[in-house]
Design a protein around this ligand. Structure first.
Ligand SMILES: [Zn+2]
Length: 478
């Protein structure tokens, strides 16, 4: 006889008709596990971080983490705080990056208790601080981060591990960012048929220089797939490179600065390598100074050097080792507060700083100094969540509030989304079509604004896939 619990189920606890907060609970006959436990980001969604988990953390047996962006890993310390003690499986580079991301995130939580003047004092330490609700109790603190880090078990790509006697896990390269993976799980419990689950994680932009390796499988019973740019094509990368060079040259020739709000992990490193190339090819003046103004991005950049062999094959063969990857006399890393303040008056500079959606961090200093300057340019290179200052600016706001001051937007605003770490429509189609529609039971589309997932659903239904766009907290039988 088959009881209710004998059916495998998946519950969508984040990034369902939303972009952030990736978290999926799979329940089988004998256990339950999570894939990702991410933070919700953006003004409205952020409140969701305060809600109780929709399950008992102590009853979760293990977690698979696809990669170290906070919207995938940011609530793991909260999971630990509330009783989870299982293992967290991830790739080897992800283990290297995740500790920096989570320790920084814990500081953000702690700082939200402080009064405004203390927050400013701590300014230089924090990149991804965002201006969300003040917290009466932090979501978690450093002790919870250290607790969960102790539970991590890093595994290599290409190796299939037995999580337990019923479940096998393999991590597949998926471009996107150093260490990023799709999770491919084979589940076979007593007297049940075998089921293969493929969680895409974030699917990379195939035009990236640093992170562009993909592994494919040709069968999966259920695919849980991101669809962020399901209805968009990125501009060709060569066009993007040209445009960026043009913006930098024009801005610098009129005495302005180029300010690039950038994510600390992946985008910043990709931009550094690109700037280095544009300078050495003469497309950008050799006189330019590029500043990476972000302590967290600098730490992550060092992990890129350490795990160099996981990067794109062209990069690995060109550089031989990771130490020199970001070296250039034009590039300077600013890790302490004084060096960051020291460049404020310098003209003709390019600054890469976090937070990528201008929701906090050192970028706010540079925006405050440059947004109202007609000579300067602000260049957005990635997705801007609704409700963030970045989204307001790209949508044409005439003025925005920064550090409690209204600042006029008079600088040139550019969006170069071709630099996104996420694949576009073509990349997503290519990734999906490695598994023919007759070899898949269902595709669940996640990790996008609702209208995007619904449009992408229609497109792939024409190819014969059976598609669901789940809502938050919906549960489906597998
Ligand atoms: Zn990501």
């Amino acid at each position: 006889m088959t009881g209710v619990n004998d059916i495998m189920k998946i519950k969508f606890l984040g990034a369902a008709r939303l972009v952030t907060g990736s978290c999926y609970l799979v329940k089988t006959d004998t256990m339950q596990f999570l894939v990702d436990c991410g933070m919700f980001q953006g003004v409205k969604e952020e409140e969701l971080n305060l809600e109780n988990f929709d399950f008992s953390p102590s009853s979760v047996n293990f977690v698979v983490l696809t990669h170290s962006h906070l919207d995938h890993c940011g609530l793991l310390p909260k999971l630990y705080k509330e009783g989870f003690r299982g293992k967290v499986y991830c790739s080897i580079p992800t283990r290297g990056i995740v500790e920096h991301m989570l320790l920084d995130s814990a500081k953000v939580q702690e700082i939200r208790h402080h009064e405004a003047n203390e927050v400013l004092d701590e300014w230089s330490l924090i990149d991804d601080r965002n201006n969300g609700p003040e917290l009466s109790v932090p979501l978690y603190d450093t002790t919870h981060v250290l607790g969960i880090l102790d539970k991590f078990q890093a595994i290599d790509f290409d190796e299939e591990v037995n999580v337990n006697k019923f479940i096998k896990l393999k991590l597949l390269r998926v471009g996107h960012a150093l260490g990023a993976a799709s999770a491919y799980l084979t589940i076979k419990e007593n007297n049940k048929s075998e089921k293969k689950l493929l969680f895409s994680g974030d699917i990379g932009n195939s035009n990236q220089r640093l992170d562009n390796r993909f592994d494919y499988v040709d069968t999966a019973d259920f695919i849980i797939m991101e669809s962020l740019y399901g209805n968009k094509y990125h501009e060709p990368r060569s066009e993007m490179d040209k445009k960026l060079a043009e913006i930098v040259n024009k801005t610098l020739s009129r005495g302005g600065n180029v300010i690039v709000p950038s994510f600390t992990y992946q985008r910043s490193q990709e931009l550094l390598v690109l700037f280095k190339r544009l300078i050495s090819s003469g497309e950008i003046s050799n006189e330019v100074k590029i500043y990476l103004d972000s302590p967290l991005a600098i730490k992550v950049t060092n992990v890129y050097k350490r795990y160099f062999r996981y990067l794109g094959e062209n990069i690995v063969s060109e550089f031989k080792n990771g130490e020199r990857l970001f070296d250039s006399r034009n590039i300077e890393f600013l890790s302490d507060k004084n060096s960051s303040k020291g460049i404020r008056k310098r003209r003709g500079k390019v600054v890469i700083a976090g937070h990528g959606m201008c929701a906090g961090g050192r970028i706010l200093f540079h925006l405050a100094n440059n947004l109202s300057d007609r000579k300067s340019s602000i260049v957005f290179v990635g997705f801007q969540a609704p409700g963030t200052t970045g989204r307001e600016i790209v949508e044409g706001a005439k003025q925005v509030m920064i550090n409690e001051k209204m600042i006029k937007v008079q600088a040139e605003i550019h969006t170069l989304y071709g630099f996104s770490a996420h694949g576009d429509h073509a990349d997503l189609m290519k990734w999906l079509q490695h598994i023919r529609s007759d070899r898949v039971n269902k595709v669940f589309l996640i990790h996008a604004e609702e209208s995007t997932s619904l449009k992408f659903k229609k497109t792939i239904e024409h190819l014969g896939y059976n598609v669901i766009v789940p809502k938050m907290h919906e549960e489906y039988e597998l």
